[in-house]
Design a protein around this ligand. Sequence first.
Ligand code: ADP
Length: 480
Amino acid sequence: MRVAVVSFEVYPLAKVGGLADVAGALPKALKKKGTDVSIFMPFHKKAKDNVKKLELPLEKVLDEFDLGLDTTEKACLFKTILPKTDIPVYLVDNAHYFSSEDVYGSPDGGEQAIFFTKAVLEAMKKMEKPFDVIHANDWQTGLLPVYLKSVYANDPFFAHTASVYTIHNLGYQGIFDRSYMGFAKLPDYLFNIDGVEFYGNLNFMKGGIVFSDIVNTVSPTYAQEITTAEYGEKLEGVLQSRSEVLYGVLNGIDYEENDPSSDKRIPYHYSVDNMDGKWKDKEELQKEMGLDVKPNVPLVGLISRLVDQKGLDLIDDVMKYVMNCNVQFVLLGTGDKKYEDSFSNLAREFPGKASVKIGFDINLAQRIYAGCDFFLMPSRYEPCGLGQMYSLRYGTIPIVRYTGGLADTVEEFDGVKGNGFGFKPYDSAYLARSILKALYFYHRKDEMKTLIRNAMTTDLSWERSADEYLKLYELALKNH
Ligand code: ADP
């Protein structure tokens, strides 16, 4: 099967968020399974810098070509490879749209996204063979399935090309003025309630949802949740109407980069069969964060953007009581000032027991994943979530709210089975109960050993996700 993954960001060429990790890791896993996979992304300034820095091969494969948009700007196509693979990465270049230091929004987010999407399709048409499946991601490429089902509907080149559309974050839909229809040269008949229209505007993500052959999001639970008013961000009706082709596939994590037995970012290494390093990492972390160095006091960690989505109001509510137990707390995060202030106050109130670092530090994050006993993640909503997956991999037991990807990766520990703790109602009393339950098990050494083993052996690999994506690609071909 010939698959094209189309994404606005791809690790390690240009990364802003989790989308880049997915677009960089999924093709590798697909390739291992024998899929003929290519990647398409914009040739952002950042990507140019990284191609040089990583000394990747680069060739121009298409000179200036016209896109059939309402602009005289033309595109070029370059080709490199994904580092340490032979997976081709096609880079759409244009000085006007992709020269900024920022990946998104400059000089105009809507035009940029349309330009990239149309350039990908036009570039494909100049290739020898069509793709069987085009896998578009997030709002920036939402119009790709729209073009396939309208402007290119009768184009023999795309006659057998199916589309899969992945929603990584329903919170960002790409909503623009109707006039962008003109720039995109999309037919007017699409601008209605069954098409791309959304409360009088053009909604890119809605287009992707309505016109793709298969829609998916990054966890099975979130795939169900987004069909409800509580999580649907006003697209729940549209998502319900596509429920027959709506799926959820959990992201994986990179097992090589995130391996406690070899991770260079942590002071001591360990594995599920020899945990000594973890207890030394805990001691180092206690020292580094100014906590009392006590091996037998449970250490609870939190690494997060400090925003409402992450359920921090619940933590704020319960922590001052929980801190009166025999427990320690360490937090790393930045975000809303109200949370930065309240957690900083907590650290002042409980010196030696609570330590708070306001900032963004990926190395310290790794030392926290390794050095803690428990990890808090009581999110209000969570499409997939990475924090709980890294915690599990490092034998740090997650305490979560069972929503989205958290519900799909964490299973309540019953003394034998399960890899963490959690609760459902968005209520701080339930969070407190889960924390107390975790602390109870902490002192039951045999059960704790089982729990840690269960956590560290949870399958979070891309291998499993790639199998599921391959099934979706097959389904998309069938639906097409
Ligand atoms: P989201 O993408 O909504 O922020 P995720 O759990 O999916 O949440 O991913 C967040 C990632 O960012 C995790 O890998 C987490 O370790 C990392 N992270 C969050 N805040 C910080 C921080 N202050 N310093 C370092 N890493 C952070």
